[in-house]
Design a protein around this ligand. Structure first.
Ligand SMILES: [Zn+2]
Length: 63
């Protein structure tokens, strides 16, 4: 796991913790290839609180 992804996972988990009691919580972490680069994308949505969060980090080709 690259440092960028580890950083992404940490902020993702912090957001999940804030909403762990919320029924409608959804979220995921994925890697996408776009414009010749690879990106780590973390997102979460909590309809209960009206919160949407997304963070995207360039992975610089390091796996
Ligand atoms: Zn919530």
């Amino acid at each position: 796991m690259s440092a960028a992804i580890a950083d992404l996972v940490q902020s993702f988990e912090r957001h999940l913790l804030d909403h762990r009691e919320c029924v409608g919580l959804t979220g995921s972490i994925l890697e996408v290839a776009s414009d010749g680069a690879r990106w780590g994308v973390a997102w979460m949505r909590c309809p209960d609180c009206g919160v949407r969060w997304e963070r995207r980090l360039a992975l610089n080709g390091a796996a």
